[in-house]
Design a protein around this ligand. Structure first.
Ligand code: SF4
Ligand code: SF4
Length: 707
């Protein structure tokens, strides 16, 4: 048995050395960029939430299990890695004990002969095998060769994935061979429980040589697999738990990440601020968290399959956005590391040709860059990618940091958005209308609405944040008036800021114009604080998200609710009673910044369910898999020149439910869906009576005509 131990240990030392060398390389590469101390601080401060995320997402595989059957298959394969560690302890124990005593009948102390452990090992190995079969079937069914762009694996490294499945298969069959041979020789630690290995031992010959060769094969395949893992997308086995640990909680959605330089939040009033370092312009500007995202991507394509841009034939795939950066980083890795250590690229490789050296300076975004501008500007910030990613990759953070560099350093962004930026700078709203028009809608009501004059009136509970669209856009104004009327009927005291309200800055921030966002946010926070505002109700999910989740980054902390949350509560409390039936088939469109970004899914549906006569019909893509209207991420202010229009795609889906009305809870969605519906009507593809309304409009219709 001595030769077995020698071969086994030599193989192990060699494989661990190769894997260790790779691990050191990956660590060094990940730390060439700026630091991200906030990620460590945050993980420390939120230890409870982080522990829960590890239990639920990593061990419980919550996100993956949303995708049955691939989630179930992955669950068993992942748990096989943990449970089969005990088999490897037994295998190493057997070769070492065999070398020392000549008898390889090793068992783990205390628990090592328990039938339950033997059962668990065999069970998880069989489940893993079935998982591999499921994976293979899923890969064949979803092959890019047959589905083309519609395959979530389109663009992924397919050969590597098959190699990994093959290696895991090798580990499992050699496991059974080794355990069966050990059982035949009386060396298996279990006399019961191992329901595959023991019967296998009964058919295998008694042979020490067979047991030794099987043990070496089992160990050998695992070691080769280890080396493959650290050189492939399967690196996620080690990096995914770390990526989950250092991701923004609860899920990387909601607030946009803060703009930072060297880990410190940017203060635009700082005289020492280096304006060339705003955002990410080159791969060297990537923090270790960004690299952890690169290392963790499993190339599963779940993000790509949900992306509204990808689904309407635009060049943006969130998966490829990560993979293209990763591939580029690996290409220039030696030079990046040499430069980070103060050396020259020539030192890293004196024979490097000039093409390779030029790669180091390659811009992250550009016609000749790593990411094409059409990719960068196609994103609606809808969050579908972040929501679905099983390893918590934060695509939007990558996109926003690249946009920030493009906008603030390069002044390079779609020209149409420039008009919106100018309007925000000059008039405080994207339409460039006078702030005096912000209170015009009040005149159309038949009751008084308090407009804040410096301080909130004493007896008011809520500040009603009307938003630019709600105050100035005709369709959205209907929602504003409906909400005001409903609050009035329910006896909720509220006031509005009127001309003192300015855009929250959401479109500027999502465009990458952080400076302008900062300016508008500071101005609004000052107004709100001086007025003594504590509670806010907002109709626009973008305003809601910014006020609730982003203003705290700048010191503005308020209790913020969306109007659907407040209205659902008022209906529940009996302060609003929908009585008049609305006999309509209605399909509800989830606004991304209300649903995915803030998890408000039930309240709009609850309101509709209380309106008598309403028959609701869900679209295929709804709630956390809802499909964007195309307006987020400042896309509302840009032309959509490539592929099918996102709003048309969404309305096509709505039409499959044959609705009388499409409802939503966002002024931007109203505009986008309304435009697409009008186009459909003009083409004769939708009935003339079809309209898009806010759920507040439905509610007032039912409540008011009864009162
Ligand atoms: S946020 Fe939405 S549009 Fe942007 S990459 Fe992700 S899925 Fe695509
Ligand atoms: S980014 Fe996440 S969801 Fe997208 S391919 Fe990679 S692991 Fe899958």
């Amino acid at each position: 048995m001595l030769w077995v131990a020698i071969i086994g240990l030599v193989m192990t030392v060699l494989a661990v050395a190769v894997a260790g060398r790779r691990a050191i390389f990956l660590f060094k590469l990940a730390t060439v960029g700026p630091p991200a101390p906030e990620r460590i601080e945050y993980a420390k401060d939120n230890a409870g939430a982080e522990l829960k995320a590890q239990l639920v997402e990593v061990f419980g595989q919550k996100k993956l299990l949303k995708w049955t059957p691939s989630g179930v298959a992955h669950f068993f394969v992942m748990w096989a890695f943990f449970i089969l560690l005990t088999v490897y302890i037994e295998a190493y124990g057997a070769i070492i004990q065999g070398a020392i005593t000549g008898s390889p009948d090793f068992h783990i102390p205390l628990v090592g002969t328990w039938p339950i452990l033997g059962f668990l090992q065999d069970f998880i190995a069989v489940a893993c095998l079935l998982g591999l079969v499921a994976f293979a079937a899923i890969r064949i069914k979803n092959s890019p060769k047959t589905l083309g762009r519609k395959s979530r694996f389109s663009g992924s490294h397919l050969g590597g994935a098959w190699l990994v499945l093959f290696m895991i298969f090798n580990i499992i069959w050699t496991l059974f061979l080794a355990r069966g041979a050990a059982s035949a020789n009386g060396n298996l630690p279990y006399s019961a429980g191992a329901f595959v290995s023991i019967p296998l031992g009964e058919v295998l010959p008694r042979s020490t040589l067979l047991e030794e060769i099987a043990l070496l094969l089992h160990i050998g395949f695992m070691l080769v697999f280890l080396v493959i893992v650290v050189h492939s997308k399967h690196l996620h086995i080690f990096t995914a738990p770390l990526n989950v640990l250092f991701s923004r909680r609860p899920d990387g959605l909601g607030a946009a990440s803060e703009l930072r330089i060297d880990g410190k939040a940017v203060n635009f009033e700082d005289e020492d601020l280096d304006p060339e370092r705003l955002g990410r312009g080159k791969i060297a500007d990537t923090t270790w968290k960004g690299f952890l995202d690169f290392y963790s991507c499993t190339e599963c394509g779940r993000c790509q399959s949900q992306c509204p841009a990808w689904n309407t034939d635009k060049p943006l795939s969130p998966k490829m956005l990560i993979l293209d950066q990763r591939d580029h980083a690996f290409k220039v890795a030696p030079y990046l590391m040499a430069a980070a250590n103060g050396g020259s690229t020539a030192e890293a490789n004196p024979h490097a040709d000039t093409d390779v050296l030029a790669l180091l300076e390659k811009p992250l975004v550009g016609e000749e860059g790593v990411i094409h501008p059409d990719v960068l500007w196609a994103c609606t910030n809808c969050g579908a990618c972040v929501e679905q990613c099983p390893v918590d990759i934060e695509h939007i953070d990558h996109i926003l940091d690249m946009r920030r560099y493009q906008v603030m350093v390069e002044s390079s962004f779609p020209s149409e958005a420039g008009v919106m930026v100018k309007n925000l700078e000059n008039k405080g709203n994207p339409w460039g209308m006078s702030e005096m028009k912000r209170a015009d809608w009040i005149e159309e009501l038949d009751f008084e609405v308090e407009v804040v004059d410096e301080r909130m009136p004493e007896d008011t509970e809520y500040l009603f944040w009307v938003g630019c669209a709600g105050a100035l856009e005709d369709r959205a104004k209907k929602t504003t008036k409906a909400v005001a009327e409903l609050l009035h009927i329910a006896g909720v005291k509220f006031a509005v800021l009127g001309p003192m309200e300015a855009c929250t800055g959401d479109p500027a921030r999502r465009l990458g114009m952080e400076y302008l966002f900062n300016m508008l946010a500071q101005q609004n926070i000052e107004t709100l604080n001086e007025a003594g505002v504590k509670k806010i109700v907002a109709t626009c999910p973008h305003c809601f998200n910014t006020l609730a989740n982003e203003y705290p980054q700048l010191g503005g902390t308020y209790e913020v609710v969306h109007h659907t949350q407040l209205l659902a509560k008022l209906v529940d409390e009996g302060l609003l009673t929908p009585i008049t039936p609305i006999e309509e088939k209605i399909t509800y469109h989830d606004p991304c910044f209300l649903g995915r970004h803030n998890k408000v899914y039930s309240q709009p549906r609850d309101i509709m369910s209380k309106v008598p006569g309403v028959q609701t019909q869900e679209m295929h893509r709804h709630k956390d898999r809802g499909f964007c209207c195309g307006a987020g991420g400042a896309r509302m202010w840009m032309e959509e020149r490539i592929g099918k229009r996102i709003n048309t795609e969404r309305v096509d889906e709505a039409l499959t439910t044959d609705p009388d009305t499409v409802s939503t809870a966002c002024p931007f969605c109203m505009v986008m869906l309304g435009d697409a519906i009008n186009e459909k009507k003009n083409n004769g593809e939708a009935k003339e009576s079809l309209e898009v309304v806010d759920v507040a409009q439905l509610l007032i219709k039912s409540v008011k005509s009864a009162s």
